[in-house]
Design a binder for this molecule. Structure first.
Ligand code: PLP
Length: 456
């Protein structure tokens, strides 16, 4: 085997990478022309690349490294579990302690009667579980035709065939014949981009009522569930107006439609509560979890399911599962993550220390001539870039160019901010301190200034 290590020159690693490694959501031109940035190690909120740059990761990886990088306890727990029981499955009447303990812990943390957990290896897999579970639930209750699922345009629920169909991303639907039948998309509650002259409250109600229109069009007897992220993440950190979720809840209750809250980003403290459903006042039947469940240290996801749905599903054999459902090493790592979060009062730190500091920093960034507004909940935020603040105008042509330029200037200033079109996204590790937020704001200002100069 060739010895490919951190010691190889960056250009050599990049050439090997583009020759053999297919990257998600990336064009090969980007890889061959510029080369991928090679990340070699990380600690706290900082990444180190192969050139020795220290980069502030204001995205927590992909919204997941909530505890920050380099927590040695997590590695120790993984090693211990690998030595004791590296693998066993949870099929066919077998189980193991890490899966039992994690399911119990999640049932304790989750609100209301969300007392059961079905494990998966990722958020995508968990949403595929949800799709099959809600259809099976209604079929078991003698209503097999109650099978359609309603989601939103510009939602992100994963990349597998089922979860990408649940998502509402046009570029994803354009590849591979998606969405699969039986999935429908209503408008998203993005007041900043689509609210026009309506007040946020009017717009929130109008968008929620699209759900009722769609249920009536399909017939309530044909609709199994509605799925939504409490706050859309990959869609650009879309924080719904205050009127939106209460109306969605009312409509789901009235028409006997199950409510699935996709907590893959919002869960585990991101919005200042354990779950985004608590922040937005939602009472879901199922919550999708992944990412922050293990702070990204091990691949694990799942569905936390309410008593009523779980009891119906448990009464039959649910012919569904993954080799790695409840994987003992991943479960042990997730448990350790949750232990540290509780022992170190991370939720309290987000609520009382980090979120207020981020809000203040973003308010200042919001005064920049290129920034059209500030969307923030806890430690999840976006800054929409605009050519004209007052009218919330979009850039007339080349949508995404300003965001792309800004992302590149962030890189040049040793900062990771992702762009979704012309929105800059911020989702740092939850352990970030006010001092580190000040460093973030300084680098972000420099990137915004440079982008502004380019666009003039
Ligand atoms: N759901 C949401 C809300 C997400 O943001 C993501 C990933 O970003 C997923 C589901 C899919 O999770 P995974 O990438 O672990 O499959």
């Amino acid at each position: 085997m060739p010895s490919i290590t951190n010691h190889l020159p960056t250009a050599e690693l990049q050439a090997l990478d583009s020759a053999h490694h297919m990257h998600p959501f990336t064009t090969n031109d980007e890889l061959t022309q510029k080369g991928a940035r090679v990340i070699t190690r990380a600690k706290g909120i900082y990444l180190t690349d192969s050139e020795g740059n220290e980069i502030l990761d204001a995205m927590a990886g992909l919204w997941c490294v909530n505890l920050g990088y380099g927590r040695e306890e997590m590695g120790q727990v993984a090693a211990r579990q690998m030595n004791e029981l590296p693998y066993y499955n949870t099929f066919f009447q077998t189980t193991h302690v890490p899966a039992i303990a994690l399911a119990k812990e999640l049932a304790d943390l989750a609100p209301g009667d969300l007392n059961y957990v079905f494990f998966a290896g990722s958020g995508s897999e968990a949403n595929d579980t949800n799709l099959r579970m809600v259809r099976t639930y209604w079929a078991q209750k003698g209503k097999p035709e109650k099978s359609h699922v309603i989601s939103r345009k510009n939602a992100y629920h994963g990349s597998s065939v089922g979860s990408a169909s649940l998502g509402g991303m046009t570029p994803m639907h354009e590849q591979g014949g998606l969405p699969i039948p039986g999935i429908h998309h209503i408008g998203q509650p993005d007041w900043w981009a689509e609210g026009g002259d309506q007040s946020p409250e009017e717009f929130g109600l109008a968008r929620a009522r699209e759900l009722e229109d769609k249920i009536l069009e399909l017939g309530a007897d044909n609709v199994a569930a509605f799925i939504g992220e409490p706050i859309q993440g990959a869609g650009g950190v879309v924080i719904p107006p205050s009127t939106y979720w209460p109306e969605i809840q009312r409509i789901c209750d009235k028409h006997d439609v199950l409510l699935i809250a996709d907590e893959v980003i919002c869960g585990f403290g991101r919005t200042g509560n354990w779950f985004g459903s608590q922040t937005m006042g939602i009472k879901p039947h199922i919550m999708t979890i992944a990412k922050g469940l293990s702070s990204g240290y091990a691949p694990i996801g799942g569905s936390i399911v309410c008593d009523e749905v779980a009891e119906v599903i448990n009464a039959c054999e649910f012919n569904h599962g993954y080799t790695y459902s409840g994987h003992p090493v991943c479960a042990a790592v997730a448990l350790e993550n949750l232990r540290i979060m509780q022992e170190e009062n991370i939720i309290d730190h987000v609520q009382n220390v980090a979120a207020p500091a981020l809000q203040e920093a973003l308010n200042k960034l919001g005064e920049h001539p290129l920034v059209g507004g500030v969307n923030v909940s806890g430690l999840m935020a976006s800054l929409p870039l605009t050519p004209h603040k007052e009218s919330r105008a979009k850039f007339a042509s080349d949508a995404g160019t300003a965001g792309y330029l800004c992302r590149e200037h962030c890189f040049a200033n040793n900062l990771v901010m992702r762009h979704v079109g012309d929105r800059m996204i911020i989702s740092p590790p939850l352990i970030i301190t006010p001092e580190e937020i000040a460093i973030f704001a300084d680098r972000a200002t420099r990137a915004l200034d440079a982008t502004y100069a380019d666009l003039k």
